[in-house]
Design a protein around this ligand. Structure first.
Ligand SMILES: [Zn+2]
Length: 263
């Protein structure tokens, strides 16, 4: 599942490729919208909302897509060979004279009125990379379930939008607590939210979800993905276990206080 910064970057690329262009080809290969015809409409823009993408067209129409685990949008130049998967996996296609955007394996392809975008994204908490980021509201939502483990609470897009598993795991390390620590026991929730915003901002136009500031290969994370390696801060072997809905968590038993699964 991509993180919010990945979706921000993707929205930026779709926006640059399509905005201002008139659609010369458009297909939505999902039963609900198979007959919808967007051809001839101008693309007004693509914006990210958490991990959701909203592509807006002339005439007050929005295409809402979400990648979940396996979906992707690819951009191709005219005549370029498509390479994002077999043709039967194409769920959406937006073509202009300059570029074709092809959505593969998209689990969410929904056409709705632009005025009703809230139906698609209204449930989301404050958007870490959105224009209206509201740390106080994110804090309020998180503390509404004070006993919930912080790793799981950060992943719940209704609390705040944009955090995926890499950041949930890394932010726990940076806060000095395990991902199973109840939200109420966080020493400084405001600091954690500030860090979340800073990290996503810093990474929004580059790959890798760098949390250490070190962009060298293998050095970008404190604990995430560092199975059986030593903590770069204290040298203790990093531990690994499942947390929220089976996602993999990594943590340093010395640098991070709080509950953790026993082996
Ligand atoms: Zn450590």
């Amino acid at each position: 599942m991509p993180e919010g910064d990945t979706i921000y970057h993707l929205a930026h690329r779709l926006d640059q490729a399509l905005t201002g262009q008139v659609l010369t080809a458009a297909e939505l290969r999902v039963p609900a919208h198979a007959t919808a015809d967007l051809t001839g409409r101008r693309v007004l823009g693509t914006v990210p909302r958490g991990k959701h993408l909203l592509t807006r067209f002339e005439g007050g129409v929005t295409l809402h897509t979400h990648l979940r685990m396996d979906g992707r949008w690819e951009l191709f130049r005219p005549g370029e060979r498509w390479r994002g998967g077999p043709a039967f996996q194409v769920r959406a296609l937006l073509g202009t004279e300059r570029a074709t955007a092809v959505g593969y394996r998209l689990p969410v392809v929904q056409l709705l009125r632009t005025a009703e975008e809230h139906r698609a994204v209204g449930h989301l908490g404050p958007d870490l990379l959105g224009p209206g980021w509201d740390a106080a509201e994110a804090r309020r939502r998180l503390l509404a379930a004070p006993q919930r483990p912080i790793g799981s609470a950060l992943l719940d897009q209704r609390n705040l939008a944009g955090i995926g598993n890499v950041y949930a795991v890394e932010l726990s390390f940076l806060a000095g607590v395990t991902p199973w620590t109840p939200v109420a026991d966080l020493p400084d929730l405001d600091r954690l939210l500030e860090r979340a915003r800073q990290l996503l901002e810093a990474n929004r136009l580059r790959p890798g979800h760098i949390t250490t500031g070190d962009t060298r290969p293998g050095c970008g994370h404190w604990v995430y993905g560092r199975t059986r390696r030593d903590c770069v801060r204290c040298g203790t072997p990093i531990r690994t276990a499942r947390h929220d809905q089976g996602r993999v968590a990594h943590w340093c038993p010395r640098c991070q206080r709080g509950p953790a699964p026993t082996e």
